[in-house]
Design a protein around this ligand. Structure first.
Ligand SMILES: NC(=O)c1ccc[n+]([C@@H]2O[C@H](COP(=O)([O-])OP(=O)(O)OC[C@H]3O[C@@H](n4cnc5c(N)ncnc54)[C@H](O)[C@@H]3O)[C@@H](O)[C@H]2O)c1
Length: 381
């Protein structure tokens, strides 16, 4: 791709802090539009020196502000839309805020692209989320009938009875999770997921009608250097790293055998670059993950070891309503269409994350407060 002008909304955040410098180093001119949300950046944002100079144009403002967004889009060839509220649990009781920023901000982007004259955007790359799949894809190894199941969210009653695994509707035995494909059923189970799916629809329909190419990336659990250590609503590794540094035990929800697909932020930034630059990706939806499944017990152990601390894990059998049991991406399309394969192994990524965390101020441990908020709303048991 020749040098282009790229607008990255939410570019001051975790993924943006890796993507924006990478784009600049490739010779692109980058503009960042970010409102420096206090939940992410604190009341007095710090550590954003990298946004100054290096050819990065920084605009402090909201994607929901039409005038600001219109000005930010002037002369831009491509948009990476990252700006969003991202806490799954918090979204369940801050419904309007999540909808206004995630759905409203994306609608605003498409409205401006549709109605403002003189814009020249040719491609939009959206950060979507694996959360839109809900529980994702499962098969029944007992029935062995080859069917792919998309179980409903586990009910509070099932969770309270510690029936953690989704079960087969035919035989009642536990289903087995398999890597979820982009063509599998979509079943958002949280307000956050619903807003991410709405973003996808808006981008797919709006860009198609405008003749703008789009790439929708469904990100798995992204981790790595630069992730917010202050936001108690997202990021199991942030929450756990603070507790390890404070010498506190790591509380493990359910039985600890729930699994996640952890993908390092450098690989995610590279997937965005492929989405922006590859010749034939336009108008597609692509999973971005490692393609590997890791249990929460394993990740907590890896993290403790990366800090040189003996793992102090307490499986609590507590649960959060809306949490999924397993997730793992089928990354065939990432490999085939974007010609990208994740490079950072979990062991290397965990070491890099722990080394970076040690250079950061020690945050307060806000896990109990966040859990209290969920409990008060009957979203945790
Ligand atoms: N990190 C993950 O594990 C993950 C997983 C799936 C999807 N995603 C998606 O990737 C995107 C980026 O995630 P991240 O991890 O970098 O999050 P982040 O919270 O670190 O960054 C988001 C950025 O958006 C900014 N922002 C929030 N509201 C805004 C608004 N109204 N206008 C302008 N800027 C605003 C914040 O200040 C922040 O800098 C999000 O859309 C998120 O839904 C992330």
């Amino acid at each position: 791709m020749p040098s282009e002008k790229v607008l990255v909304t939410g570019g001051a955040g975790f993924i943006g802090s890796h993507l924006v410098p990478a784009l600049v180093s490739m010779g692109h001119e980058v503009r960042v539009l970010d409102n420096l949300s206090p939940q992410i950046h604190g009341a007095l944002p710090q550590g954003l020196g990298w946004l100054e100079g290096n050819g990065i144009g920084f605009v402090r403002g909201s994607v929901c502000d039409r005038a600001v967004l219109t000005a930010a889009l002037k002369g831009v060839d491509a948009v990476v839309h990252l700006a969003a509220e991202t806490g799954t649990g918090q979204s369940m009781y801050e419904v309007s805020r999540y909808s206004e920023v995630n759905v409203g901000g994306t609608a605003n982007l498409l409205d401006v692209l549709t109605n403002e004259p003189g814009l020249q955007v040719k491609r939009v790359v959206l950060a979507s989320s694996r959360s839109i799949y809900g529980e994702g894809a499962y098969v029944c190894e007992t029935c062995a009938d080859g069917l792919r199941h998309a179980p409903d969210p586990r009910s509070p009653e099932e969770l309270a009875a510690h029936r953690w695994e989704p079960v087969c509707p035919a035989c009642g035995w536990a289903l087995a999770a398999v890597p979820t494909r982009e063509s599998d059923a979509v079943k958002p189970a949280s307000i956050y997921a619903a807003t991410k799916y709405a973003q996808e629809d808006l981008v797919r329909i709006g860009c198609s009608s405008l003749g703008i190419g789009y790439v929708i990336l469904r990100l798995q659990n992204v981790y790595g250097e630069g992730q917010s250590l202050n936001n108690p609503y997202t990021g199991i590794l942030s929450i756990f790293s603070t507790r390890v540094r404070r010498g506190l035990h790591l509380p493990i929800f359910e039985d600890g055998l729930e699994t996640r697909d952890f993908v390092h932020v450098e690989d995610v930034a590279n997937a965005f670059i492929s989405g922006l630059t590859s010749a034939e990706p336009a108008n597609c939806v692509i999973n971005v993950g490692s393609g590997e499944r890791t249990t929460v017990l394993e990740i907590a152990t890896h993290l403790s070891e990366a800090f040189g601390a003996p793992p102090d894990l307490k499986t609590t059998a507590q649960f959060r309503v809306g949490d999924i049991r397993h997730n793992c991406a089928d990354i065939g399309r990432l490999n085939a269409i974007l010609e990208y394969s994740p490079k950072v192994t979990l062991a290397e990524g965990m070491q890099r994350f722990a080394s970076w965390v040690k250079t950061q101020d020690l945050p307060e441990d806000r896990l109990d407060k966040a859990n209290e908020e969920l409990r008060a709303r009957k979203l945790m048991g």
